[in-house]
Design a protein. Structure first.
Length: 571
């Protein structure tokens, strides 16, 4: 099946089909690292989303996309597993890293926004039409494309008009924006929705893990439930305002739901290209080699009493609807009402309490907020994302750093329980309303692990002759009757009296350099036990005191007796 790229008409252009003009998407002669141009062709009728301004063209600025349709023979019979063995039609194969990215995005979003019910097959369908699954899986081990995937310049010449928003940081174009990466994000959209899907600390639209998670978050925006046909269609149309795009994505979504299999990276089935392998003159980065000019004659105004439109929309044999039994979306739709999230003007603390916990323990209080609109009324079903911010290993239950939950009928929503990590100190939990700038923050404190009791293990008197070592010295720490593991302990030789100080005489241990020291910092084992390093008997004969103090204030004092060195011992 010949490959085509659908694109939006010019504003004011006639709605009849225009001859397709294309350039090669994957030229074998391209230099390494050069941008891979996308194939473009005219021939798309106005879409259900065509009332959206051309400079607000969804994720990709309504850039070109592959319009290949899946074969009529499906991978497996309906109802079969979506993860069949590594066999099947070539079109049903998805490169390993790309497939892993889609499935990881599905799992991540299921953990933070379960109500969305995002299926990975939808990401696969969009990835197919946007970039041919990252050009057949041409990605490195981290999931980053081996060379950039860039759409045409969005200069208003047949596409949306979007002037540069990233100073060329992502797309290399400082005049206009271009769609970037395997999921074709324009830089301005990536600035809002970009994600770190592979955990490398970067949000890169050229990385399939980052791009897949960002696409999933975008599709789940608002209060969508993608298990319903209406919300799924809304989500896809928000990605690209075209009903042809919707039908193409729907076709691949249905196809992948009937079965798919994994293929090695770089060997994925590519959309069929035109007969000419070398693109003709075109704008840098791809786009049609020639572009139809906008109509120079003004569109006549409608009559005062227009006759009912009995004309039918032209059809394209190469782009049949996968679900002919379903009505097509209307050509014109009213502007959507604000989502609950967009109605929120403020997030208020709803009785959070003191957010303090000991390292390794769960917090007793949780972050609680209430969403209100500009008139002070509560807002239900608004999506609030709770994020752990700062240099900390504290996480929400389940190991998440960010979790999205919807407000209830009373406008209230609580974050999951926090579990303190080992890093102590202060950090922040931020609550923000998805798709808006409404945020509020909460100070969170993690205190060190502590013990309230410390006892010596063993009762044998600790005695040593000057110049020799004491037997092993061991203690056990507990907190509220349970073993206190990973608790800081300070061991110090002290003087006698009511106001003891560090004793510079008597028994000692050594530091890493072998130098004598009489104060050392230690940590209990997981079971609360602590075995001290070797202590050497030194100084005049007598009894010396070793005091151990834990974080939390527990103490124990141990006597170390030094006996005078006899002549027999000396010999």
């Amino acid at each position: 099946m010949a490959a085509q790229f659908g694109r939006r008409f010019y504003r004011g252009a006639a709605t009849t089909a225009v001859a397709a003009v294309a350039v090669a998407a994957l030229s074998a002669s391209q230099a390494p690292g050069a941008p891979s141009p996308l194939i473009a062709a005219d021939g798309e009728h106005p879409s259900a989303g065509s009332s959206t301004p051309a400079d607000q063209g969804g994720v990709s600025g309504d850039s070109p996309y592959y319009t290949d349709l899946p074969p009529l023979n499906t991978p497996e019979k309906p109802g079969s597993s979506a993860d069949i063995p590594v066999t099947g039609p070539a079109e049903s194969g998805i490169p390993a890293s790309v497939l892993a990215a889609y499935k990881k995005a599905e799992r991540t979003i299921a953990g933070t926004d379960a109500a969305c019910r995002l299926p990975w097959q939808l990401l696969a369908a969009i990835g197919k039409v946007e970039s041919g699954q990252a050009r057949g899986g041409r990605v490195d081990a981290q999931g980053t494309t081996l060379s950039p995937i860039l759409g045409p310049a969005l200069d208003g010449n047949g596409f949306a008009l979007i002037k540069d928003t990233d100073n060329g940081a992502y797309d290399g174009d400082r005049t206009h924006d271009r769609a970037v990466g395997p999921m074709q994000f324009i830089p301005s959209t990536w600035a809002t929705w970009g994600q770190d899907g592979n955990g490398d600390g970067r949000k890169d639209p050229n990385n399939v893990y980052d791009a897949a998670l960002a696409a999933g978050r975008y599709l789940c925006a608002g209060d969508r439930d993608l298990s319903t046909a209406t919300d799924l269609d809304r989500a896809v149309l928000s990605y690209n305002h075209s009903d042809v795009y919707l039908r193409t994505v729907r076709s691949w979504f249905t196809y992948y739901n009937r079965g798919t299999h994994e293929v090695p990276d770089g060997t994925g089935f590519l959309p069929a290209g035109p007969t000419g392998r070398n693109p003709g003159p075109s704008r840098p980065g791809g786009g049609p080699s020639s572009t139809p000019s906008p109509s120079t004659s003004p569109t006549p105004p409608p009559s005062k009493t227009p006759e009912p439109d009995t004309s039918t929309e032209p059809t394209q044999p190469s782009d049949p609807s996968p679900e002919p039994s379903k009505p097509k979306p209307p050509v014109h739709t009213p502007a959507p009402a604000p989502t609950p999230s967009q109605q929120v003007a403020a997030l208020q603390d709803d009785g959070t309490g003191t957010l303090t916990a000991t390292a390794g323990e769960k917090f007793g209080a949780t972050v609680k907020v209430r969403a209100r609109d500009g008139l002070g009324r509560t807002v239900a079903k608004a999506k609030v994302t709770f994020t752990v911010v700062g240099d900390t290993d504290t996480v929400f239950d389940g190991g998440f750093k960010a979790v999205t939950r919807a407000t209830g009928a009373d406008g209230k929503v609580s974050a999951p329980v926090l579990r303190a990590g080992e890093k102590t100190g202060e950090f922040t939990v931020r609550a923000s309303v998805d798709g808006t700038s409404v945020t509020t923050t909460f100070k969170v404190t993690v205190t060190p692990r502590q013990a309230d009791a410390l006892t010596r293990t063993g009762t044998t008197k600790l005695t040593a002759v000057a110049g020799q070592t004491f037997d092993d010295i061991a203690v056990a720490a507990t907190y509220k009757g349970k073993a206190a593991g990973k608790v800081a302990v300070t061991a110090t030789m002290i003087t006698d009296g009511d106001d003891p100080a560090v004793n510079d005489k008597g028994p000692y241990c050594t530091d890493d350099a072998g130098e004598p020291v009489r104060t050392i910092e230690l940590t209990t084992a997981a079971d609360g036990s602590l075995k001290l390093p070797k202590f050497y008997a030194d100084g005049p004969a007598g009894t010396y005191k070793l005091r151990l103090t834990t974080e939390g204030g527990a103490t124990v004092t141990i006597d170390l007796t030094v006996e005078e060195r006899t002549a027999a011992a000396a010999s």
